[in-house]
Design a binder for this molecule. Sequence first.
Ligand code: GSH
Length: 191
Amino acid sequence: MSIKLYGSKTSPYVRRIRILLENQDFQFELVDLYNDEARAQYALLNPLKKMPMLDDNGQKIFDSHVIADHIQQKFNLPKPTLAQLNLVSAVDAVTDSLIILFYGKRSEFEISKDKLIFQLQLERIPDVLTYLEKEAETGAFEQWHYASIALMTLINWIEFRSLYDLTPYKALLKAVDLHRDKAIVKETMPE
Ligand SMILES: N[C@@H](CCC(=O)N[C@@H](CS)C(=O)NCC(=O)O)C(=O)O
C-alpha cells in the first residue's frame, strides 16, 4: 500500500490532510508552486497545479475535500455533519479570500476597496470571521473534528504569515487554543 500526499508545509489545505492522516503510513512529497521548474514538474502529475493532491495506490485525488472524504471512509474516521461541513465552507471562504489578497500583494497590486476583486475579499473576510466567531461562542469548535481542524489550519496560517488582525475574534482564538497542544498540531505547525 502506498499513499503519497503532495503539497507544502505551509498550505492550510494541505495541513488539514496531514492532520487527518495522523497515525497512517504515507509519504509527504513537498511541492514548491513558486518555483517555475518545480511547478512545471508538478503540472505533469496534476494539471490543476493546486495542492493538496493525494495519490492512493496510483489513484490520484484532487482537492482537499475529496481527499478528506476518501480518507475518512478509508480509515473509518467520523463523517462530518452538514453543520460541520458548513463551518468548513465558511473557513474556506476566508482562506480563499486571503489567498487572493496574498497573491495580489505578491503581484505588487495595491490592495484596496477601489478594485472589485479586492473589495469582495475585504468585505467577505470580516463578515465570515464574525459568523465563525458567533459559532465558536456556541461551542461549535470545542470537539476535535474536520471543521475544528480546518479552523486551526486557517488561524495558524494567518498567524504564520501575519495576514490579518485576529484580536477581535476572541472566541475563535480560544477555540483554537483548546487543541493547540495536540502532538499532530505541533508536528504540522507551519514553519
Ligand atoms: N479547493 C482547493 C483549494 C486548494 C488551494 O487553493 N491550494 C492553494 C495552496 S493553499 C494552491 O494550490 N494554490 C495554487 C494556485 O492557486 O495556483 C482544495 O480544497 O484543495
